[in-house]
Design a protein. Structure first.
Length: 582
């Protein structure tokens, strides 16, 4: 080697390295593209029968492989220009165009031998979406909207085609099912609910596996069509593929959250899966009822109706138990998930034949959703620790303090048994247009019983929340005798109306001091994380137990003014908890 040898040029940022989740995403995309080739694309063709499908598949696979070829040190440095996101978009565009043409042909339906959407179209489109890994924030909503419009078009097409009334009703039920699934997963995730994003990936992966195992059979391959009263369920893997990159990045960002936050998130995943069981099982039962009325009694339809109703009842019981208290409701939810599998097997086996004779929604409610519920409740170590932990003693009532914006809706004292709970799965988000809170209507029993000694609270606790008067000033830790500053505006009042806004709180009210002798040292992490903890207690916790501020920031019931105050502290643990809420 000579002294004037030219060193190798540095690798392009596009090929310098990749995160493990990016490599896994590309591998899954390549597998989906390859599996789509032998699968049915329409009523008469498989992917390998169409030259245009083969060509665009090869082009997309080449675009996927180029970055890894360069990382291996092969090829010319000029190839780096083909590994950029723009080049990947250009390489995947032909595949996206071909699959969209097949979807349009189904809607147009030029002849009896055309139309319908097979598993090949769905898997190929999902693989191309994974390979493209779109970064536009609106991609998920646009794709979910198109799928929803296709589902809504099915009953309209039934009316135009002159189908029987039962077919139109089934089309309406299918549209309601697809829109409900999209609302609980894609739309909720777009609004900032990470739990919904995780469930969306679970549902999309489950449907994709069902397509691979059952949708390519010679006797009864799976098809969906605008003209067949069902369109949308098979396209759920495409919706999930459009959200995969963002969801995985968000999951990696909250990996360092406290164990209590992890446990609450996994319990929320189980609750969301049970919500989907309620929706899908209700659809199965209603479709069976419509067909019984229209076509007469059949054993398989009667079993689907009975089992569907029982699955709705079991899922509702399990969901309610988890929302009330994850610790005491854990066993109930696990047993209910096993019961759902048994009931679903009755539906699947009772149909004419096995395997491909089952519909996607039946397999989804029989295997995928119960399995996801069991995995969320049994696999994470944080959930097992939550279930194994014994209830901690409740702190003594310390009397009136200086709550941050907490207020009761009545002047009379209120016991804990009269509180309307938010449940551990209450989702509180700031979407830029206000705070939306999902609250179950059952009364709190589990975690609220740990605070049974807190029987009454004086009405004088009604006060406004502190806010920073200047962005440059960082609030200092408060002691129990510090007097809070008045609120400069009433922006939090609309969001907190349910917690005391109706009590007539003056936005300029000066908060009363907390007597030193009233401080109660008995606050625990369970109180700080419990969504059923009164807002006044949350305000007292951040003052009297600074080490629990991160837990209060993770509590989904914490009101906006207190979150703003916590965010101005500059505490890294608090800031991490606040980021996990988004």
């Amino acid at each position: 080697m000579t002294d004037n040898a030219t060193p190798d040029a540095p690798a392009s940022p596009a090929v310098a390295g990749a995160a493990p989740r990016e490599i896994a995403r590309d591998v899954v995309a390549a597998l989906a593209l390859l599996v789509a080739l032998p699968m049915p694309w329409d009523l008469t063709h498989r992917g390998s029968d169409r030259i245009e499908v083969v060509l665009v598949t090869v082009l997309t696979l080449v675009v996927l492989a180029l970055p890894y070829v360069r990382r291996a040190g092969l090829g010319s440095p000029s190839w780096d220009a083909l590994t950029t996101p723009r080049a990947r978009l250009i390489g995947c565009a032909p595949y996206l165009l071909v699959t969209l043409v097949y979807l349009v042909l189904d809607a147009a339906r030029p002849g009896a031998a055309e139309g319908a959407v097979g598993a090949g179209v769905v898997l190929g489109l999902a693989g191309a979406a994974l390979a493209l890994a779109p970064t536009w924030e609106r991609t998920l909503l646009v794709v979910a909207g198109l799928v929803g419009l296709g589902a809504l078009a099915t009953p309209v097409a039934s009316l135009i085609d002159g189908d029987p009334w039962s077919a139109t009703v089934v089309g309406v039920l299918n549209a309601a099912l697809v829109l409900g699934v999209l609302w609980l997963t894609a739309v909720s995730y777009a609004r900032g609910d990470l739990v919904a994003g995780i469930v969306l990936l679970v549902v999309g992966a489950a449907v994709a596996i069902e397509l691979i195992l059952f949708a390519g059979g010679q006797e009864a391959p799976w098809f969906e069509s605008v003209h067949a009263q069902r369109l949308g369920l098979l396209l759920l893997p495409v919706v999930a593929a459009c959200a995969a990159r963002r969801v995985l990045d968000d999951v990696a960002a909250v990996a360092g959250d406290p164990q209590d936050v992890h446990a609450a998130r996994w319990v929320a995943v189980a609750v969301r899966c049970l919500d989907l069981v309620l929706l899908v099982a209700g659809f199965v039962a209603l479709v069976a009822l419509v067909r019984l009325v229209a076509g007469g009694v059949a054993v398989s339809l009667v079993l689907r109706l009975i089992c569907g109703v029982l699955m709705v009842a079991v899922a509702f019981m399990a969901r309610r138990a988890l929302v009330r208290d994850p610790r005491s409701g854990h066993t109930t939810a696990v047993g209910a998930a096993c019961a759902l599998v048994v009931l679903g097997l009755v539906i699947v086996v009772a149909r004419a034949g096995l395997g491909t004779q089952a519909n996607v929604e039946e397999l989804l409610v029989t295997f995928a959703l119960p399995a996801a519920t069991l995995a969320a409740l049994l696999v994470p170590a944080s959930v097992r620790e939550l279930v194994a932990s014994a209830p901690e003693p409740a702190p003594e009532d310390a009397g009136p303090g200086a709550p941050l914006g907490a207020a009761t809706s009545e002047d009379a004292p209120r016991s804990t048994s009269e509180e309307t709970p938010t449940g551990p799965m209450a989702v509180v988000q700031d979407g830029g247009q206000g705070w939306a809170q999902e609250q179950p209507q059952e009364q709190t029993q589990g975690w609220a019983q740990e605070r049974a000694s807190e029987q009454a609270r004086p009405a004088s606790w009604t006060a406004a929340a502190p806010q920073q008067t200047a962005p440059q000033r960082t609030p200092q830790p408060m002691d129990s005798t510090q007097q809070m500053e008045p609120v400069r505006d009433g922006s939090w009042g609309a969001a907190g109306a349910g917690a005391g806004g109706a009590a007539g709180v003056d936005s300029t009210q000066v908060l009363p001091p907390v007597p030193a002798e009233a401080a109660a040292p008995g606050w625990t992490a369970a109180h700080a994380l419990d969504p059923g903890t009164p807002l006044a207690d949350l305000a007292r916790i951040v003052q009297e137990a600074p080490h629990l501020r991160a837990h209060v920031a993770s509590n989904p019931s914490t009101y906006p003014a207190l979150l703003d105050w916590l965010g101005a502290l500059g505490d890294p643990a608090v800031d991490a908890a606040l980021r996990s809420r988004r």
